[in-house]
Write a protein that binds this ligand. Structure first.
Ligand SMILES: [Zn+2]
Ligand SMILES: [Zn+2]
Length: 740
């Protein structure tokens, strides 16, 4: 079994769809030449003292001559990879080529030393342009010296030659200025469409010039007030208006709040998806299941250290982080004006279950080179200290398994591949078989297992229908329902409505997940039921059977200290979390004027020296109710709330088409409004009152007809007061007028 993803593994069969990225693996040492070679700010050029962005800018010119060739090489590698040919070995060549091209550096440098020092161009343009100028200067110099030898220029006075040289240098300067002013037109726009002041539906756009990249396309779960809504997604107006600019979607990891709304967006947008293997496979499954398919959508596997070039403005490096799902990454997004770090969801785990610890070295390296902007998650900023390692949970499982004789039933998040692994490990250690329940659990397991992310003996896994063939002490059941979702397997077991498993005395149930705030009540209801059936329930010592996948305050502090961003945007949190994260950043040295708590839809415009909120795009939540998307307004919720609280009263009024007069007393019906004991008398009383009211209306010469009164809600309002008078309730009222 392969436990850790092997980066050198061969390219998967293209019929399988996913390919490795058009990635160029840029080891840290090669960052310098590779970056100079492309159209990005130059993060790796220093090698000198320091931390300062200034030094990286001013030194970039020196290695310029290697640039253009490096770009060609890199692009070549990229295009070959896109067609599915040998992927990863390219990086080595790229590096070698770049460094071998440093040969013409000396003369170029000599000829260009003056303008290059004063230049304010970003690495790329400067690199490419200078290289051409350098070649030209070298030619002049060489030919000049050759001619001189022949005596052809012998008669040209020194001051004329010097004038020629000055004119040449002036031309270079003018050209550089022109490039510089052209460059300055573009600012980096950072546009969150979700994930700000909320936990859920994470999605952020980065726009520069003609290029847009998107980080994550997650879904949110409805708030309690959104009665009947299944899920909540982002408003895609801005993305769809700028479809042609979108170069790719980069997925930090495979949790629902990061990939869950892909099926909605990808119906209307076709662009490549980049992510870790597990993330990509979960995304593929999601697209297939929703009937969107993957036609026209390139799915690209990326591994830690891969860099994906996206348009001419962006290159995105995948940096390994730890989280509660395998294949989680932070991104270093290189742009022409500087580097952006997006942490994604992360924690610092020095003893992770699957793979290596977070690549803190890479964060530090970017920090040394200068980071223009950081976006970092804020979920656990309120919790002091550091989050315990996932390994801690494994040790607790082993203790529990050792001391338990009956069946063990564990509920956790279905996406928690590491937790699954720990359960399999503990089960094998104590001679138990594992059965899985729940569609999402089975789906994640089969994806993770097929990718080699679960290490286990195949015979450990048994079908849920076979559990009775084993003794209770030989069985572990891994189930969904840790949040007491009504239809989940655990809830059904608790309420004795599960098809296969019923809870009985001797069972041990472990809730291995933190209750999502607001879910406590239903969770306790399930726990009550489990106890009632005689199970032993482990839920209160949660610290032992669950650890968070999100960084606590000390871990966030460490990331800030390493990255030292010039500008900071806290994300992935409710307002108070963003606020406290901004305060933390300020304590650590990022001034308040450079920290931005954004709303969804804000356009943060960032230049090398400044950042400001420069506009807005539509970003109101779009609610999905059944098949309808976005067609639910607040009135619907208000009505649903009223229906839930006070029910509905429906009144039918029959009028003569000719005279407009009442043909019979109005008939009244209600649902969820009156208790059985009061229904008869109150209904009668209210019907009578309404009849009298309509009569008065009819006989009064000064007022409108009954039809007009119904249309203007006058009758509804009158009935509302009558009903309130009798019952102190405010049901939803429907008035139907029939004319015959
Ligand atoms: Zn996550
Ligand atoms: Zn998340």
């Amino acid at each position: 079994m392969v436990k850790t993803q092997n980066r050198n593994m061969s390219v998967p069969d293209t019929s399988d769809g996913a390919k490795y990225g058009n990635a160029v693996r840029l080891p840290s040492a090669s960052l310098k030449t590779s970056d100079n070679s492309s159209n990005f700010a130059n993060p790796g050029s220093t090698g000198k003292s320091g931390s300062s962005r200034r030094s990286s800018r001013s030194s970039s010119g020196n290695s310029a001559s290697g640039g253009t060739e490096g770009t060609r090489k890199k692009d070549g590698a990229a295009s070959r990879k896109l067609t599915g040919a040998a992927p990863r070995s390219m990086s080595g060549n790229s590096k070698k080529k770049s460094s071998s091209n440093s040969a013409p550096k000396a003369p170029a440098k000599a000829a260009m030393s003056k303008p290059s020092k004063k230049s304010t161009l970003s690495g790329s343009t400067k690199g490419a342009k200078k290289s051409a100028f350098a070649e030209e200067a070298k030619d002049i110099k060489n030919s000049g010296s050759a001619l001189e030898k022949k005596g052809a220029f012998a008669s040209v006075p020194d001051d004329v030659l010097s004038q020629i040289n000055d004119t040449f240098l002036k031309t270079v300067k003018d050209a550089e200025k022109a490039f510089a002013s052209k460059k300055e037109k573009h600012k980096l726009k950072v546009i969150p469409l979700g994930g700000m002041q909320e936990i859920g539906k994470n999605m952020t756009l980065f726009e520069y010039g003609n290029d847009i990249i998107i980080v994550d396309v997650g879904v949110a779960f409805p708030e309690e007030s959104m009665l009947g809504v299944d899920s909540v997604i982002q408003d895609y107006t801005y993305v769809l208006q700028n479809k042609d600019k979108v170069r790719g979607i980069f997925l930090t990891h495979g949790h629902e709040d990061h990939i869950g709304s892909l099926p909605y967006l990808m119906r209307e947008l076709k662009c490549p998806l980049y992510g870790g293997k597990l993330t990509i496979e979960l995304a593929r499954h999601k697209l297939m299941e929703a009937g969107v398919g993957t036609r026209g959508i390139e799915l690209v596997y990326c591994a830690a250290g891969d860099t994906i070039k996206a348009g001419s403005s962006f290159a995105v490096e995948f940096i390994r982080v730890n989280h509660s799902i395998a294949d989680a990454f932070a991104f270093a997004i290189r742009t022409p004006i500087g580097n952006v770090i997006h942490t994604g969801d992360f924690k610092i785990d020095f003893t992770p279950i699957n793979g290596d610890p977070i690549d803190l070295g890479r964060f530090a390296e970017y920090g040394r080179q200068g980071v223009l902007l950081m976006l970092a998650e804020s979920t656990n900023v309120e919790i002091p200290g550091s989050s315990p390692s996932e390994k801690h949970v494994g040790e607790s499982f082993q203790r529990i398994f050792q001391n338990t004789t009956g069946r063990i039933i564990i509920a956790t998040f279905s996406s928690h591949v590491h937790r699954m692994q720990q359960i399999f490990t503990a089960a094998e250690m104590y001679g138990r078989k594992v059965a899985l329940i729940g569609r999402s659990m089975l789906n994640t397991f089969s994806v993770a297992n097929s990718l080699g992310y679960i290490t286990m003996n195949p015979s450990t896994l048994i079908d849920i229908n076979d559990i009775n063939k084993y003794e209770p002490e030989e069985v572990v059941i891994l189930t969904t329902g840790s949040q007491a979702e009504p239809m989940s397997a655990l809830s059904r077991m608790a309420f004795a409505s599960h098809r296969v498993v019923d809870i009985h005395e001797g069972d041990t149930v472990i809730l291995s997940a933190h209750p999502i705030p607001g879910n406590e009540k239903p969770i306790y209801r399930v726990i009550n039921e489990l106890f009632r059936r005689g199970a032993h329930v482990i839920y209160e010592s949660l610290a032992d059977v669950h650890v968070s996948g999100h960084a606590y305050r000390d871990e966030l502090t460490l990331i800030h200290t390493l990255v030292k961003p010039k500008f900071f945007v806290p994300c992935h949190g409710e307002y108070r979390m963003l606020f406290r994260h901004a305060a933390l950043a300020q304590r650590l040295g990022t001034p308040e004027s450079r920290t931005f708590i954004l709303n969804n839809g804000d356009v943060l415009e960032v230049s090398q020296d400044s950042a400001k909120i420069a506009g807005f795009v539509p970003a109101a939540p779009v609610l999905i109710d059944g098949a309808g998307a976005g067609d639910i307004d607040n009135r619907v919720f208000r009505d649903r709330r009223i229906l839930a609280d006070d029910g509905v009263v429906s009144v039918s009024i029959v009028l003569s088409k000719v005279s407009g007069k009442l043909l019979c007393p109005p008939s009244m019906q209600s649902v969820g409004f009156l208790f059985e004991s009061e229904a008869g008398p109150i209904q009668h009383e209210c019907s009578q009152k309404l009849y009298n009211y309509l009569h008065r209306l009819e006989s009064s010469k000064s007022t409108k007809s009954i039809r007009d009164a119904a249309e203007s809600h006058q009758i509804r309002d009158a009935l509302k007061s009558m009903l309130y008078e009798s019952t102190k309730r405010r049901p939803l009222i429907m008035i139907n007028v029939l004319e015959i």
